[in-house]
Design a protein around this ligand. Structure first.
Ligand code: AP5
Ligand code: MG
Ligand code: ZN
Length: 210
């Protein structure tokens, strides 16, 4: 069998990055994430401006920029887990044209919890590992368990920008979820348990689908 092609949907902070790491390790597939790709190229000049200005405001980066990133990444991947894309209906249509998916899974988490998850998130400046000051703290405060790198807070993880990201999600990305749901393709995963509980449910859904 070829490697699975999985789309992971969910609001900011739902655990897409956390669970994508599990998927990539367990199924040996690429983790394709527009957020990380854009963060690595924040000051890239495009005809629409740099990604930074959009990201720090919590707004979507223009479609042509992200569509190109995704197309190039999927072309090179055997299997993949796609995280952070599509975020609006036009991106969903673009994706339909370039690939077939084995599973579309939604990590379902209440908005109230998302603000706490995001404002408490810390990421390793060296290897990108994710932590949470309360829910999954590192052994030593401010230091990455995996590589010893410094833990930092993302520019868009302040309360004001988080709220705008949630508004943008409700307005632009919820219709994408409804679209897959109407097609009968959406598998809902309760995203409110511990990371291990969520992973158990998600892995069961993957085993069912592939
Ligand atoms: P992006 O980086 O994709 O951010 P996001 O979708 O807002 O999602 P996050 O990465 O914040 O959350 P996550 O679901 O990955 O959660 P995580 O696992 O880290 O996008 C950033 C920006 O880039 C956008 O605002 C936009 O500007 C731009 N962009 C990206 N893609 C784009 C696109 N396609 N089109 C246009 N613009 C685009 O977990 C969060 C925290 O919770 C962590 O601290 C973690 O430790 C903790 N946690 C995880 N699981 C649990 C659990 N089960 N219980 C308790 N805590 C948990
Ligand atoms: Mg993420
Ligand atoms: Zn690290």
């Amino acid at each position: 069998m070829s490697q699975p092609k999985i789309l992971l949907l969910g609001p900011p902070g739902a655990g897409k990055g956390t669970q994508s790491k599990n998927i990539a390790e367990t199924y040996d597939v690429d983790h394709v994430t527009t957020g990380d790709a854009l963060r690595a190229n924040k000051d890239m000049e495009t005809e629409h401006g740099t990604p930074r200005s959009f990201m720090e405001a919590g707004e979507l980066v223009p479609d042509p920029v992200v569509n190109e990133i995704v197309q190039a990444a999927l072309e090179d991947a055997d299997g993949f887990v796609l995280d952070g894309y599509p975020r609006n209906l036009s991106q969903a249509e673009y994706l339909d044209d370039i690939t077939d998916l084995d599973l579309v899974a939604l990590l379902d988490v209440d908005h109230g919890e998302l603000v706490d998850r995001l404002t408490g998130r810390r990421v390793c400046s060296e290897c990108g590992a994710n932590y949470h000051v309360e829910f999954s703290p590192p052994e030593e405060e401010g230091v990455c368990d995996e590589c010893g790198g410094e833990l930092i807070q993302r520019d868009d993880d302040n309360e004001e920008t988080v709220k705008e990201r949630l508004n943008v999600f409700d307005e632009n990305t919820q219709p994408v979820i409804d679209y897959y749901d109407d097609e009968g393709e959406l598998v809902r995963i309760d995203g409110e348990g511990t990371p291990d509980e969520v992973w158990a449910d998600l892995q069961a859904a993957i085993e069912d689908a592939v």
